[in-house]
Ligand binder design. Sequence first.
Ligand code: MOS
Length: 752
Amino acid sequence: MATPPVSPTVTSIGRDTPRVDGPHKVTGLAQYTSDFHFPGMLYAVPVEATIANGRVVKLDTAAAEKMPGVRAIFHRENIGRIFRSTGGPGFEGICLERRPPFEDDVIRYYGQYIALAVADTFESAKAAADAVRATYASEKPNVETHLQADDDPDIVLTAYGPAERLQSHRGDAEQAFASAPIKLDQTYITPAETHNPLEVHATTAIWEGSTLTLYESSQGVVNLRGVLAQMFGLPKENVRVITKFVGSGFGSKLWPWTQCPLAAAAARQLGKPVKLVLSRKMMFQSVGHRPLTQQRVRLGATRDGKLVSLQHDYVYHRSMLDPYHEDCGEATPFQYSVPNLRVTFGRARRNVGAGADMRGPGRVPGLYATESAMNELADQLKIDPVKLRILNEPKIDESRGIPFSSRHLVECFELGAQKFGWSRRSPEVGSMKRDGLTLGWGMAGCSWIAARFPAAASVHLRDDGTARVATATQDIGTGTYTILAQLTSQKTGVPLDKIEVALGDTALPEGPTSGGSMATGSVVPAVFAAADSAISSLLTIAATTPGSPFESRKPDDLAFQDGRVLVKGDGAAKGVPFPDLLRRANLRLVAGSGKSEATFGNPQPKFSTHSFGCHFIEVTWQPEIARLRVSRVVTVMDAGRIINPLAGRNQIVGGVVMGIGMALLEHTSYDPQTGAPINSNLADYIVAVNADVPPIEVHFLEFPDTEINELGARGIGEIGLAGVAAAITAAVHHATGVRMRELPVKIEDLLA
Ligand code: MOS
């Protein structure tokens, strides 16, 4: 057979690699959930409760039912059975609002669904939903923002399993604080925030007999399938979830919400496909939010800056029914070296929708508090905040007594300080000026968990020289399509443009949830194992196919390199391209499958595995017109090996942008009278936009962490947001002298 010239090994790992799905997105070929249409499809619009606490006494659907195009108004009496779901072993069956829609007539939060209008068109359904009249027995909702912990037991059941309220402790933190020469005792508050992905949540449900197909905007199709199967009493094989493209999620799409079973139940009752797309207003009510947190941090230190005691006691608000856990204390026990430490949490019930993981859940508000406290302590001690952190750098994870797999936080600080020009900082408030503006410089460190979810994948090598990689994870806009193509190309030598990536479908091998910044780290070993298994089958075929140039060889004598099969020891130039071998054997393809185990939740890990990083941030302040701007950001990340620096920087920049929003703009306000999130639209809920965003310089350190996978790649989605708000509030203080301990920083707080 004719052999084309060998191309040198081309690897895209570690190179800036444009999104392989980019052309689909810019040409409109990419189909998001609400883009799918089916013959006979009907449209559903939920009716939202307009109270936040009470009961539905009467539902008048008569007028709505008679409206043109209306097929049904569903409510408690006619929706049919929707069962509860329960969690499974490990990280299975997760749902942050367990009560199925319409299970009872009790209203726990504003916007809770009380009925569902289904019609031939969206407009008819919306008009009918608006025409449903509800009468309530209403009580005053509790959306009080001052938090006092409820009287909970010492161990509480959270959405992710039992959690001890004394989260971490060592030494005697109270005693050490009492006798510390330098003390800091402050409380930091972060508001409720709403995720606001551009693409709203949507479900289209289709029944064929007893099988249910859901088109869903989801960050976790496998979990969603398991939960919905339970809700409809089906084996999970009977449920298929499809999510081809996601217009981001930030955590709000990690777990199923109530609109999904509603669409499925309506489709079941009517025998037609039903599409349900949320409004932006509903996005603030019924699909999660980052809870309000109130965190007291007490630091005790020696006069030369060594921490002797750290206490972090936090309270967050939760919904009336559900135990989402905002784990603000996750990083506290190991971020710094301190012999005496105590971390505790409490929860306070409010008439709000269920809380949910929002980009950097727990650690982002948690690190805002602890990093702010470190900055305040540095000022109190008149020590440079970088120096204070380096002074307290731990050698091991002191909370668990195990080493870090790879921790280069000090190098992050050093590189960040150098790139930013930190040595030119003069610490006095208001002492730095440029072009008539007052400058404020601040910094903070951060970290984020690194671990793997279980993952399975398949790889096909095909007779036309193409490859296919498949796993039931999803690309939430972060670049997972591209990463999967890169991993497959690396192993098979097939160029990126000849690789088909299949994801976002529970019919594929079970892949990870796109959460915890763990999807990439999780899929690496599974895809590599699948490729190895396909290659191993290929070598057997090469050695056993009559007429193959390797017919007389044993599979063990053969090797695979750059897409070619060759005899071990021979150069790749003597190799035979795999499509030639497949064609000779009359095979369309050779398939391999692989999987990897979870490391997440391992009760006895050998290493403490995290990514680390820091932000150096400049603000400009014009007191005459009370204008505050973030003007410069330098971010350094120690996130292991970066598979795609282009997408990686993109993730970190996105995180920093959200951090600017968190520090200065974002805040979900609940109306004390009605309990409604009142700024429930993108005009009144302000996020950082281009005009708020300065140049952001991102550096990666690239120390591979082979504890996570053989490439040494850790996650980089969420860490970009962690620490940003603490760096900004420190910069605000440096510029203005105002110490802001409640986010977001408002201009009126800065007016002297
Ligand atoms: Mo992230 S909050 O785990 O989507």
